[in-house]
Design a protein around this ligand. Structure first.
Ligand SMILES: C[S@@+](CC[C@H](N)C(=O)[O-])C[C@H]1O[C@@H](n2cnc3c(N)ncnc32)[C@H](O)[C@@H]1O
Length: 237
């Protein structure tokens, strides 16, 4: 059996990280954040955005709470720096020009208290005028929430097949994402699950907490080709 990161990478092999990084580059440059600026990638996962942005000249530091992702990124992406850290308590001696949290990273803060801690910490790690860009899948926002949503994605090659079933359910005040993986790797079959608890916030709540944490501006960012099923936000210090 390969490790779970290997199967996750296969599942996301058709995701267009390059166009996402290009969109981020365009956003940065429209905000006068030049290519030698420092970027904090929050929830950097396998380090793909960090790698692509580093290639463009940005000085990227990725942080993630999961040591497996940090070890993987350190081995596979030499151009960026990676640290095992929690976005809610991370403190950098050198503040950043910008921070990104792509693909629901901010939604890993489950309560208003956690979200407020995260926004405050990100705010403190930015230079004056620094920006935070984050996105949340639109149907996870309180304003557009779709309960009991189910979906499946898959990957298939001759000797490896991976399917990931997902279900999103709201149970009382909790939003639960259950991911179930079915894998065939040569002649072996595996299945495993992962239960993630997400936050459940409206756009107004996100804005209120970001502003209380110090951000002077909070806007929805409309940007063509950037994760069309997500709502993208920009906060300015
Ligand atoms: C859905 S993934 C997004 C990964 C990546 N940004 C992308 O676009 O593919 C969210 C990542 O955030 C990490 N994470 C969750 N809570 C965190 C926290 N409190 N501090 C730092 N990273 C966290 C997870 O381990 C995971 O790698």
């Amino acid at each position: 059996m390969h490790d779970k990161i290997f199967y996750e990478a296969k599942l996301f092999s058709s995701r267009n990280y390059k166009s996402e990084a290009e969109a981020l580059d365009n956003i940065f440059r429209s905000l006068h954040i030049s290519r030698n600026s420092s970027i904090l990638d929050i929830g950097s996962n396998r380090g793909i955005h960090a790698a692509l942005l580093s290639k463009m000249g940005y000085k990227v530091t990725g942080i993630d709470l999961n040591p497996k992702f940090i070890n993987y990124s350190k081995k596979s992406v030499k151009a960026a720096k990676f640290l095992l850290a929690d976005m809610r308590i991370f403190h950098s001696e050198q503040p950043f020009n910008a921070a990104i949290a792509i693909l629901n990273g901010i939604y890993f803060n489950k309560t208003k208290k956690e979200l407020s801690k995260a926004f405050k910490s990100i705010f403190n790690n930015l230079k004056p005028g620094g920006v935070l860009i984050f996105d949340i899948n639109t149907n996870l926002l309180k304003d557009h929430f779709v309960n009991n949503r189910k979906g499946v994605i898959g990957y298939s090659e001759k000797k490896i097949q991976v399917a990931r079933f997902e279900s999103i359910r709201k149970v009382k005040d909790k939003v639960l994402l259950k991911l179930t993986y079915l894998v065939r790797d040569h002649s072996q079959f595996y299945s495993y699950s992962n239960l993630i608890r997400f936050g459940f916030f409206s756009i107004a709540e996100l804005k209120g907490i970001a502003k209380k944490s110090g951000f002077k501006s909070f806007k929805i960012l409309k940007f063509k080709n950037f994760r069309p099923k997500a709502t993208c936000f920009i906060c300015i210090k």
